[in-house]
Write a protein that binds this ligand. Structure first.
Ligand code: TXA
Ligand code: MG
Length: 339
């Protein structure tokens, strides 16, 4: 279906308009601190079906349900373990999604047919205001077309969703820029299914019973069952072919010069740019800058007409692990390590 997509601001009046659309079962793209989300009433099967259609998303990939205050969780999840409450106390509102046992109120389409549901209370004041005005929790995947980089600005959402959904709320650029950390529980143990801005080191301040799922850094073989269905799809990819290069600057520079070809761009760190003579763009210096910039830079590479990209690999600790996890997927797990 083709829509005359309404572009709304973050004024009180426009947020009310967004909330009314959502109450009426419509899909609205909304800003959050991580990335923009494609939101619909989590209890409304029709709205959720429209989200999957607008994104072109496989129906077995579950959506995250967003809440504006903790009490809303009672209608969404059951048997919440004490460790989940401790993490919520420390990190909510914020970029942490917890996979919990699903309440019967949540339709199976929202949870991709699983008996669990991912729940998150966003830090973004605009996102929470919209949820509050709507009065219902909102199911929202990232507001990109399935497979392309997640949208971190209003323009990214417009590029992907114009004509595909009834409305987009402009909340400016996302401050975090990378999707939330997704965790699941087994008793009082925590498993990180998708790394994000809340890092392993952050979670270790609450419990030492935490581990990283193997799908975070490794490719999935065909038919393998994964804890987080989103991990099995090719993801975050620009049109260009991306190669992830793990090496120091000198080896990277040498590799790029020796393997230079038409349509090549280098995706590097801030301090590298002035030392390279081939076409290159930076995705930041620190891990947090890289998280904020990565998706925007992947889109920029497309706009520049890049055909092949050699990307310098970020470090794998702190928020860097999340950046690495996204880049290795953008690269279709093609990594070159130069010792
Ligand atoms: O920051 C975010 O999380 C953004 C904003 C909009 O909140 N949302 C987001 O949604 O990134 P999405 O749908 O693009 O990614 C959700 C990820 C997927 O990898 C999905 O498989 C996983 O979370 N997920 C959701 N519910 C799950 C569940 N019940 N069990 C396991 N994994 C789940
Ligand atoms: Mg996504």
């Amino acid at each position: 279906m083709l829509y005359d997509t309404l572009c709304l601001s973050s004024s009180d009046e426009d947020l009310k308009k967004a909330a009314i659309l959502l109450q009426n079962g419509k899909v609205v793209a909304i800003p959050t601190e991580t990335v923009y989300g494609l939101a619909g009433n989590a209890f409304d099967e029709g709205a959720v079906e429209d989200i999957f259609k607008a994104k072109g998303r496989p129906s077995d990939n579950p959506l995250i349900v967003h809440i504006s205050d903790f009490d809303m969780i009672r209608n969404i999840a059951v048997d919440i373990p004490p460790i989940a409450i401790s993490l919520a106390n420390k990190f909510w509102p914020g970029p942490l999604t917890m996979v919990l046992k699903k309440s019967d109120n949540i339709p199976s389409i929202t949870s991709g047919g699983l008996d669990t549901v991912g729940v998150r209370m966003p830090e973004s004041v605009v996102a929470r205001k919209i949820i509050e005005l709507c009065g219902n929790p909102l199911a929202a995947p990232s507001a990109n077309l399935s497979g392309s980089p997640s949208p971190t600005t209003f323009n990214h959402v417009r590029d992907d969703m114009m004509g595909r959904i009834p409305a987009i709320v402009d909340g400016g650029d996302c401050s975090v820029g990378i999707e939330s950390t997704v965790v699941a529980f087994d008793g009082d143990s925590v498993r990180i299914l998708r790394p994000g801005y809340i890092s392993l080191e952050d979670i270790l301040t609450v419990t030492d019973k935490v581990e990283i799922d193997k799908a975070v850094l490794e490719g999935i073989t065909d038919g393998e069952i994964v804890a987080s269905p989103g991990m099995k799809y090719k993801h975050y990819s620009p049109k260009a072919k991306v190669l992830l290069i793990e090496s120091d600057f000198e080896s990277f520079s040498e590799f790029a010069t020796e393997n230079n070809k038409d349509g090549l761009y280098l995706l590097v760190f801030d301090e590298d740019v002035k030392r390279l003579e081939l076409p290159c763009i930076s995705y930041g210096g620190t891990d947090k800058e890289q998280a904020k910039e990565l998706f925007a830079k992947l889109r920029e590479l497309d706009n520049l007409g890049a055909e092949i990209v050699y990307a310098r690999a970020p470090k794998k600790n702190g928020v860097g692990l999340a950046v690495y996890n996204r880049l290795i997927r953008a690269a279709g797990f093609e990594v070159i390590t130069i010792e």
